[in-house]
Design a protein. Structure first.
Length: 367
C-alpha cells in the first residue's frame, strides 16, 4: 500500500466559537485604526500633507463649529432612525432592502400635506395629519411586499428593492407636478414665508426635536424587541420558521405586522427629513440611508443601543472624508473612495470576529 498526500488549500475558514465581547470590540477598534491609517496614507500620497493634519481635518468635518456639531447629530439621528426601522425585519430574517423607498414615500405623504393643506387648517392640526399620513404611507409601502411574502413566498429582497425604484419615480413625478417656480423641475422650499408644516424648533436648536424623537424611538425599539411578546416572536421566526409554527406562532401574521412597523418608522424618518430638515423633497432626500442603515443594523447585531455607536462612527467617517476632499481640493469621488476604504476595514473586522483562518493539515490517502 502506498501513502499519497491529498492536496488541499493551505488555509481554510472555520467558524469561531462565541468570541468574548471585549475581544470583538477590540477587533473593531483595531479595524477602525487601520482604516484611518490607510486613509491617511492615501491622502498623504495624493496631497503631500502630514497624516496628523489629515486626521485633524476629519475631526473638523463634524466638530469644527457649533452648526457642524448639530448637522452631525442630525445625520446620526436620521441614519439611526432608518436603521431602527429595518432592524425588526432583519432580525426576523426578512431582508427589507426597501428602506430608501419607504422613507421617500413617507416624505412624499408629508410633502402632499404641506402643499395641499398648508394655510387651510391650523398648523398643529396640519402637523398631526402629516404624522399620520407619513406613518401610514411608509407602513403601506412596506406592507405590500410583506403580503406577497406571506401569501406567495415571493423573494422579499428583489420585491423591496423594486419598490425603491417605484418610489423614486413617484417622487420624480410629483416634483414636476408641484414644481415651484414653474420650469425649475423641483419643488423648492415649501411654505418658506409662512412655514406651514415645518416642525417647530426647540429654542435656537433647529434639529433638536429630530434628535429627541429618534432617541425616543431607540428606547421604544429596544424595549419592543427585547421585552415584548412581539419581539420574542420576531426572534423565534428569525431563528426558524418551522420552530415558530410548531410552538403556535402565526408566521404570516408576524411577517406582516413586523413590516408594518418597519415601514411606519421609515415613514417617520421621511417626515423628519422633509418637515424637520430640508423642507422640500427630491429623489435624493433619503440620501442612501436606506442602504447604509443595513450596515448599521448588521454591525450592531440588531441591538438598537449599539446602533447609536455604529451610526456615530459611520456619519463621523463620512463627514471627515467629505471635509478632506473639500479642504485639499479633491473631487467628491475621493471622499467616496475614503469612505469605501473605511467601510472595507469595518466590514472585514466582522469576518474575523465570526470566522478564523486555519492552516490545513495534510491528509494521507492510503492505496
Amino acid at each position: 500500500m502506498k501513502e499519497k498526500k491529498v492536496r488541499e488549500p493551505l488555509f481554510h475558514i472555520a467558524k469561531r466559537d462565541n468570541m468574548p465581547k471585549w475581544r470583538a470590540w477590540l477587533v473593531r477598534i483595531i479595524a477602525v485604526v487601520l482604516a484611518l491609517l490607510v486613509s491617511g496614507i492615501v491622502t498623504m500620497l495624493l496631497t503631500g500633507e502630514n497624516p496628523i493634519s489629515v486626521y485633524g481635518t476629519m475631526i473638523e468635518g463634524s466638530f469644527g463649529t457649533e452648526r457642524r456639531v448639530w448637522k452631525f447629530l442630525q445625520g446620526i439621528a436620521m441614519l439611526l432612525c432608518v436603521s431602527l426601522a429595518l432592524t425588526p425585519a432583519f432580525k426576523m430574517r426578512f431582508w427589507n432592502i426597501g428602506g430608501e423607498g419607504q422613507v421617500l414615500i413617507g416624505g412624499l405623504a408629508t410633502t402632499a400635506c404641506m402643499i395641499c393643506l398648508g394655510g387651510k387648517i391650523p398648523n398643529p392640526l396640519l402637523i398631526l395629519i402629516m404624522i399620520i399620513a407619513s406613518v401610514a404611507a411608509g407602513a403601506l409601502w412596506a406592507f405590500i411586499p410583506a403580503v406577497f411574502k406571506a401569501k406567495f413566498n415571493t423573494n422579499e429582497t428583489l420585491f423591496t428593492l423594486m419598490m425603491n425604484y417605484v418610489a423614486i419615480q413617484l417622487v420624480s413625478y410629483f416634483a414636476m407636478y408641484w414644481e415651484n417656480p414653474k420650469g425649475s423641475g423641483s419643488i423648492g422650499i415649501i411654505n418658506p414665508e409662512t412655514q406651514y408644516g415645518w416642525l417647530p424648533a426647540i429654542g435656537d436648536y433647529e434639529y433638536l426635536l429630530n434628535v429627541i424623537v429618534v432617541l425616543a424611538l431607540t428606547v421604544f425599539m429596544y424595549i419592543y424587541l427585547k421585552y415584548s411578546k412581539h419581539g420574542y416572536e420576531i426572534s423565534v421566526v428569525g431563528e426558524s420558521e418551522n420552530t415558530a409554527r410548531y410552538i403556535g406562532i402565526n408566521v404570516k401574521k408576524v411577517i406582516m405586522r413586523t413590516m408594518l412597523l418597519s415601514g411606519a418608522v421609515c415613514g417617520v424618518a421621511g417626515l423628519l427629513l422633509v418637515s424637520g430638515t430640508n423642507h422640500t423633497i427630491t429623489t435624493t432626500t433619503a440620501g442612501g440611508r436606506g442602504f447604509t442603515a443595513i450596515m448599521v443594523s448588521w454591525l450592531a447585531k440588531f441591538n438598537p443601543i449599539y446602533m447609536i455607536l455604529t451610526s456615530f462612527l459611520l456619519v463621523f467617517l463620512e463627514n471627515g472624508a467629505g471635509e478632506i476632499a473639500t479642504i485639499y481640493g479633491l473631487n467628491e469621488s475621493f471622499a467616496d473612495i475614503l469612505t469605501g476604504i473605511i467601510l472595507f476595514f469595518i466590514i472585514g473586522s466582522e469576518f474575523f470576529i465570526n470566522y478564523e483562518l486555519k492552516l490545513t493539515k495534510s491528509k494521507k490517502e492510503v492505496k
